[in-house]
Design a protein around this ligand. Structure first.
Ligand code: NAP
Length: 221
Protein backbone atom coordinates (compact mmCIF):
# COMPACT_ATOMS: atom_id res chain seq x y z
CA UNK A 1 0.00 0.00 0.00
CA UNK A 2 1.20 3.52 -0.80
CA UNK A 3 -0.36 6.45 1.10
CA UNK A 4 -0.14 10.01 -0.23
CA UNK A 5 -1.44 12.88 1.87
CA UNK A 6 -2.51 15.72 -0.42
CA UNK A 7 -3.69 19.08 0.87
CA UNK A 8 -3.71 22.80 0.19
CA UNK A 9 -2.81 25.31 2.85
CA UNK A 10 -2.64 29.07 2.98
CA UNK A 11 0.84 30.63 3.10
CA UNK A 12 0.47 30.52 6.90
CA UNK A 13 -0.29 26.80 7.00
CA UNK A 14 -4.06 26.79 7.53
CA UNK A 15 -6.42 24.31 5.88
CA UNK A 16 -9.42 26.62 6.34
CA UNK A 17 -10.63 29.47 8.54
CA UNK A 18 -11.64 29.32 12.20
CA UNK A 19 -15.22 28.84 10.94
CA UNK A 20 -14.00 25.57 9.39
CA UNK A 21 -15.58 26.51 6.08
CA UNK A 22 -13.97 25.42 2.84
CA UNK A 23 -11.80 28.15 1.33
CA UNK A 24 -10.55 28.32 -2.26
CA UNK A 25 -6.78 28.06 -1.78
CA UNK A 26 -5.84 26.30 -5.03
CA UNK A 27 -6.01 27.70 -8.52
CA UNK A 28 -6.96 25.91 -11.73
CA UNK A 29 -3.62 24.17 -12.29
CA UNK A 30 -3.61 22.70 -8.79
CA UNK A 31 -7.25 21.67 -9.14
CA UNK A 32 -6.37 19.71 -12.28
CA UNK A 33 -3.36 18.14 -10.54
CA UNK A 34 -5.56 16.99 -7.64
CA UNK A 35 -8.06 15.53 -10.11
CA UNK A 36 -5.25 13.55 -11.81
CA UNK A 37 -4.02 12.28 -8.48
CA UNK A 38 -7.55 11.14 -7.60
CA UNK A 39 -7.81 9.41 -10.96
CA UNK A 40 -4.53 7.59 -10.25
CA UNK A 41 -5.73 6.40 -6.83
CA UNK A 42 -7.70 3.35 -5.75
CA UNK A 43 -9.25 5.22 -2.82
CA UNK A 44 -9.62 8.76 -1.49
CA UNK A 45 -9.74 9.08 2.29
CA UNK A 46 -11.07 11.87 4.54
CA UNK A 47 -12.01 12.25 8.20
CA UNK A 48 -15.62 12.76 9.19
CA UNK A 49 -14.74 16.34 10.21
CA UNK A 50 -14.15 17.13 6.54
CA UNK A 51 -17.41 15.45 5.51
CA UNK A 52 -19.35 17.49 8.08
CA UNK A 53 -17.57 20.76 7.17
CA UNK A 54 -17.41 20.54 3.36
CA UNK A 55 -19.69 17.70 2.20
CA UNK A 56 -17.16 16.77 -0.54
CA UNK A 57 -18.04 14.39 -3.37
CA UNK A 58 -14.45 13.13 -3.84
CA UNK A 59 -15.01 12.02 -7.43
CA UNK A 60 -12.89 12.59 -10.54
CA UNK A 61 -14.20 15.73 -12.24
CA UNK A 62 -12.57 15.37 -15.67
CA UNK A 63 -14.59 13.15 -18.02
CA UNK A 64 -11.47 12.04 -19.95
CA UNK A 65 -9.80 10.84 -16.77
CA UNK A 66 -12.92 8.87 -15.84
CA UNK A 67 -13.08 7.40 -19.36
CA UNK A 68 -9.41 6.40 -19.10
CA UNK A 69 -10.14 4.54 -15.86
CA UNK A 70 -13.09 2.73 -17.47
CA UNK A 71 -10.94 1.72 -20.46
CA UNK A 72 -8.47 0.17 -18.03
CA UNK A 73 -11.22 -1.89 -16.44
CA UNK A 74 -11.33 0.22 -13.29
CA UNK A 75 -14.39 1.87 -11.75
CA UNK A 76 -14.73 5.41 -13.13
CA UNK A 77 -14.11 6.88 -9.69
CA UNK A 78 -11.82 5.68 -6.92
CA UNK A 79 -13.45 4.33 -3.79
CA UNK A 80 -14.23 6.87 -1.08
CA UNK A 81 -13.30 6.23 2.54
CA UNK A 82 -14.50 8.15 5.61
CA UNK A 83 -12.83 7.66 8.99
CA UNK A 84 -15.79 8.08 11.31
CA UNK A 85 -15.73 6.45 14.78
CA UNK A 86 -19.40 6.87 15.62
CA UNK A 87 -20.99 6.90 12.19
CA UNK A 88 -21.72 10.64 12.16
CA UNK A 89 -21.63 10.78 8.35
CA UNK A 90 -25.09 12.08 7.35
CA UNK A 91 -27.06 9.58 5.25
CA UNK A 92 -27.52 12.28 2.59
CA UNK A 93 -23.78 13.14 2.44
CA UNK A 94 -22.42 13.51 -1.09
CA UNK A 95 -19.84 10.76 -0.41
CA UNK A 96 -22.68 8.27 0.05
CA UNK A 97 -24.20 8.70 -3.39
CA UNK A 98 -23.81 5.97 -6.00
CA UNK A 99 -20.95 7.59 -7.96
CA UNK A 100 -18.42 5.29 -6.28
CA UNK A 101 -18.07 2.60 -3.66
CA UNK A 102 -17.75 4.12 -0.18
CA UNK A 103 -16.15 2.55 2.87
CA UNK A 104 -16.91 3.88 6.34
CA UNK A 105 -14.23 3.03 8.89
CA UNK A 106 -16.09 2.93 12.20
CA UNK A 107 -15.11 2.00 15.76
CA UNK A 108 -17.01 -0.15 18.23
CA UNK A 109 -18.51 3.14 19.51
CA UNK A 110 -20.81 3.39 16.46
CA UNK A 111 -24.33 2.49 17.56
CA UNK A 112 -26.43 -0.25 16.03
CA UNK A 113 -28.84 2.46 14.83
CA UNK A 114 -26.12 4.37 12.97
CA UNK A 115 -24.76 1.17 11.47
CA UNK A 116 -28.25 0.26 10.29
CA UNK A 117 -28.78 3.69 8.72
CA UNK A 118 -25.45 3.56 6.87
CA UNK A 119 -25.12 -0.12 5.94
CA UNK A 120 -26.99 -0.03 2.63
CA UNK A 121 -25.08 3.06 1.45
CA UNK A 122 -21.53 2.00 2.35
CA UNK A 123 -19.25 -0.89 3.19
CA UNK A 124 -18.67 -0.80 6.94
CA UNK A 125 -15.26 -1.60 8.44
CA UNK A 126 -14.91 -1.67 12.24
CA UNK A 127 -11.53 -1.13 13.93
CA UNK A 128 -10.82 0.24 17.43
CA UNK A 129 -12.91 0.74 20.54
CA UNK A 130 -13.59 4.48 20.88
CA UNK A 131 -11.70 5.87 17.90
CA UNK A 132 -10.88 4.25 14.62
CA UNK A 133 -7.64 2.27 14.93
CA UNK A 134 -6.02 3.23 11.66
CA UNK A 135 -3.57 0.34 11.25
CA UNK A 136 -6.21 -2.42 11.14
CA UNK A 137 -8.62 -0.14 9.25
CA UNK A 138 -6.02 0.45 6.50
CA UNK A 139 -5.14 -3.26 6.52
CA UNK A 140 -8.82 -3.99 5.80
CA UNK A 141 -8.78 -1.48 2.93
CA UNK A 142 -5.72 -3.20 1.52
CA UNK A 143 -7.45 -6.57 1.78
CA UNK A 144 -10.29 -5.07 -0.25
CA UNK A 145 -7.73 -4.41 -3.02
CA UNK A 146 -7.11 -0.72 -2.35
CA UNK A 147 -3.38 -0.13 -2.74
CA UNK A 148 -2.92 3.44 -3.95
CA UNK A 149 -4.40 5.65 -1.26
CA UNK A 150 -4.84 9.42 -1.41
CA UNK A 151 -5.72 11.22 1.83
CA UNK A 152 -7.44 14.59 1.41
CA UNK A 153 -7.63 15.70 5.06
CA UNK A 154 -8.35 17.11 7.47
CA UNK A 155 -5.74 18.01 10.04
CA UNK A 156 -6.96 15.65 12.79
CA UNK A 157 -6.82 12.62 10.53
CA UNK A 158 -3.49 13.63 9.00
CA UNK A 159 -1.90 13.81 12.47
CA UNK A 160 -3.14 10.33 13.35
CA UNK A 161 -1.86 8.90 10.07
CA UNK A 162 1.62 10.33 10.71
CA UNK A 163 1.46 9.06 14.29
CA UNK A 164 0.58 5.57 13.04
CA UNK A 165 3.46 5.67 10.53
CA UNK A 166 1.08 5.21 7.63
CA UNK A 167 2.12 8.15 5.43
CA UNK A 168 4.56 7.55 2.55
CA UNK A 169 4.33 10.90 0.78
CA UNK A 170 3.08 14.43 1.38
CA UNK A 171 2.03 16.65 -1.51
CA UNK A 172 1.33 20.13 -0.26
CA UNK A 173 0.13 23.07 -2.29
CA UNK A 174 0.89 26.32 -0.46
CA UNK A 175 -1.36 29.03 -1.84
CA UNK A 176 -1.25 32.82 -1.94
CA UNK A 177 -3.55 33.59 1.00
CA UNK A 178 -3.19 34.40 4.66
CA UNK A 179 -5.99 32.92 6.79
CA UNK A 180 -4.67 33.23 10.35
CA UNK A 181 -6.50 32.32 13.52
CA UNK A 182 -5.17 30.23 16.41
CA UNK A 183 -8.21 27.98 16.16
CA UNK A 184 -8.17 27.54 12.38
CA UNK A 185 -7.30 23.98 11.33
CA UNK A 186 -3.72 23.45 10.18
CA UNK A 187 -2.24 20.74 8.00
CA UNK A 188 -1.42 18.54 11.00
CA UNK A 189 -3.49 19.08 14.15
CA UNK A 190 -4.31 16.35 16.68
CA UNK A 191 -2.24 16.42 19.86
CA UNK A 192 0.95 17.20 18.00
CA UNK A 193 4.36 15.61 18.44
CA UNK A 194 6.75 16.50 21.26
CA UNK A 195 9.45 14.01 20.27
CA UNK A 196 10.21 11.69 17.39
CA UNK A 197 8.92 14.23 14.90
CA UNK A 198 8.31 12.60 11.54
CA UNK A 199 11.01 13.73 9.09
CA UNK A 200 10.48 14.51 5.45
CA UNK A 201 12.79 14.40 2.45
CA UNK A 202 12.11 17.04 -0.15
CA UNK A 203 11.61 15.47 -3.58
CA UNK A 204 10.29 18.30 -5.73
CA UNK A 205 9.38 21.97 -5.70
CA UNK A 206 7.12 23.27 -8.46
CA UNK A 207 5.62 26.67 -9.04
CA UNK A 208 1.90 26.20 -9.73
CA UNK A 209 -0.65 28.99 -10.22
CA UNK A 210 0.46 31.64 -7.71
CA UNK A 211 1.66 29.09 -5.19
CA UNK A 212 4.11 26.26 -4.68
CA UNK A 213 3.67 22.52 -4.80
CA UNK A 214 5.98 20.72 -2.37
CA UNK A 215 6.44 16.98 -2.74
CA UNK A 216 7.98 15.30 0.28
CA UNK A 217 8.77 11.67 0.98
CA UNK A 218 8.39 10.54 4.59
CA UNK A 219 11.81 9.47 5.87
CA UNK A 220 12.72 6.44 8.01
CA UNK A 221 9.82 4.26 7.11
P1 NAP B 1 -10.92 15.55 9.87
O1 NAP B 1 -9.48 15.29 10.07
O2 NAP B 1 -11.48 15.54 8.51
O3 NAP B 1 -11.78 14.50 10.73
C1 NAP B 1 -11.43 14.31 12.08
C2 NAP B 1 -12.42 13.38 12.72
O4 NAP B 1 -12.23 12.05 12.25
C3 NAP B 1 -12.21 13.31 14.20
O5 NAP B 1 -12.79 14.40 14.86
C4 NAP B 1 -12.86 11.99 14.53
O6 NAP B 1 -14.26 12.19 14.72
C5 NAP B 1 -12.64 11.17 13.26
N1 NAP B 1 -11.65 10.15 13.56
C6 NAP B 1 -11.93 8.84 13.79
N2 NAP B 1 -10.84 8.17 14.08
C7 NAP B 1 -9.82 9.06 14.03
C8 NAP B 1 -8.44 8.91 14.25
N3 NAP B 1 -7.86 7.75 14.56
N4 NAP B 1 -7.67 10.02 14.16
C9 NAP B 1 -8.22 11.21 13.82
N5 NAP B 1 -9.53 11.39 13.59
C10 NAP B 1 -10.33 10.30 13.70
O7 NAP B 1 -11.38 16.91 10.57
P2 NAP B 1 -10.70 18.32 10.86
O8 NAP B 1 -9.30 18.15 11.30
O9 NAP B 1 -11.67 19.08 11.69
O10 NAP B 1 -10.62 18.97 9.41
C11 NAP B 1 -11.75 19.56 8.82
C12 NAP B 1 -11.34 20.93 8.31
O11 NAP B 1 -10.28 20.77 7.36
C13 NAP B 1 -12.47 21.63 7.60
O12 NAP B 1 -12.41 23.00 7.95
C14 NAP B 1 -12.13 21.46 6.13
O13 NAP B 1 -12.61 22.52 5.35
C15 NAP B 1 -10.63 21.46 6.16
N6 NAP B 1 -10.02 20.71 5.04
C16 NAP B 1 -9.18 21.38 4.20
C17 NAP B 1 -8.52 20.69 3.18
C18 NAP B 1 -7.52 21.40 2.31
O14 NAP B 1 -6.80 20.73 1.52
N7 NAP B 1 -7.39 22.71 2.41
C19 NAP B 1 -8.75 19.34 2.99
C20 NAP B 1 -9.64 18.68 3.85
C21 NAP B 1 -10.24 19.39 4.88
P3 NAP B 1 -15.05 11.05 15.53
O15 NAP B 1 -14.39 11.02 16.89
O16 NAP B 1 -16.45 11.46 15.54
O17 NAP B 1 -14.81 9.82 14.78
Amino acid sequence: MHVVVNAATSADGKLSSRRREQIAISGEADFARVDRLRADSDAVVVGVGTVLADDPHLTVKDEQLRAHRRENGRPENPARVVVDSRGRTPTDAAVLDDAATTYLCLSEAASVDRRGALADRAELITAGDERVDLLPAFAALQEAGLERIMVEGGGELIFSLFEAGLVDELRLFVGPRIIGGRDAPTLVDGEGFVAEFPSLELEEVDRLDDGVLLTWRVADR
